[in-house]
Design a protein around this ligand. Sequence first.
Ligand SMILES: [Fe+2]
Length: 498
Amino acid sequence: MDDIAKDKFSILLVGSDEIMFKSLTEVLQREGYEVVTTRSGQEAIDLVKNRYFNLVVTDVNLSDGRDNIEVSRLIKESKKGLKTIVIFSDQNLNEDIYLRLKIANVDDYIFKPFSQEYFLHIVEKNLKLFQMELKLVEKTNDLTLLFDIGRELSSSLKLDEVLFTLVERICDVLAIERCSIVLLDETKDELYIAAAKGLPEEIILNTRIKIGHKISGWVFENKIPVLVDNIEMDPRFAKENEEKYYTGSFISVPLVFKEKVIGVINLNNKRSRQVFNEEDLRLIISIAGEAAIAIENAKLYISLERFYLQVISTLTSIIELKDHYTKGHSDRVTRYAVFLAETMGLSKAEVEIIKLACQLHDLGKIGIHDYILTKPAKLNEEEWKEIRLHPVKAVEMLKPLTFLKEEIKLIQQHHERYDGQGYPNGLNADQIDLKARIIAVVDSFDAMTTERPYARALTIEEAKEELRKNIGKQFDPNVVEVFIQLLEQNPDFFRKDS
Ligand SMILES: [Fe+2]
């Protein structure tokens, strides 16, 4: 049995035949196995509960007179995976004994007298089986893990989240301290660390690797996974070890999507301090397959999102072109709303939603007749009716973009009034999202302080007065209060030429 490490196996011999067990112990020890002996069945049962054995051999003669099949059954029950062999002195086993052997799940049996070679053969056969079954269990565990990781990855489309999940799960699954995912920066044709665990921030931010250079660059270029026991001793990489964060044993595998390498996963520092083995390599190669798909999906989603947002921002500038009085309006409303929202303590995520909603809030005006948008006089009731459709028109345009769900809600609500007299749905007070109440105040403020064909621009003082007059009517009192404080503390920020 050349392919198993015998010193890792522990065998328990149970029986009162001292002469026989002395010679069997010698044979097994000579082969390098660890051997423990005990005379009684009960002692064996107790020993197995407290110590790790791979194999228990139980003779028919036990000092406490117990039945060796029964003892084997109890031992087998108490330790999953352990192998049991029983020794009989009578070759003529009846049906009843065969049945009991089966029920007790005994792995093998031998009859006295037997040669030492035969005994050794039976022991090795069972230990090999033990090892194979253990591998099978590990494989099943690996498959379960792979399935879990795959499911987790497919539930997220955000690249950052996908990468974070990957490094976290890889570190858990392979019990390692360091993992990094290196991706290709296509604009510079070099690799950068897109996500990592266990590496100093400074290395994550500053590392740039040329294709073909260092370990990651080599794996990227050659599309070949690498498992190294000791980097200092490996002639391929010893002099390449400029990535100083690598120590000792490491694995580096390419991330391949549709035959194209998109990056590299690097693993280092097993928590057990052992070197990586082929099993680890096989597992990470399977994970890398799933990872590449998830990363590409997330990248595709990002580029689609970017594309949509570009289209949208082009549309917004078209409105501003149609109505040159509104030039810069969306940008100013965005700046003001972000400042106000941050001051009011809204979360980073909420501020991001406000930002985009402000950029797009008047998108619906694209569907309003030019003559109304640019009319150099006050609008009549019919024209106002059409203008009031712009939030709903924007919602219709943006609805297919499901990733803008939150923003769309704010755009729909930005002309609602605190007293319920606004449009399109006549919502009031808390029925209107706080973020939309914030946009309403800064949107009106910017309109007031911008020159219109039919009205001059108000000064900041006059605009403050106008806002105050509309507290509890058009505007949320609390939002106006904070906004006026901001206006007073930062007048330069709100001047048109700032
Ligand atoms: Fe509007």
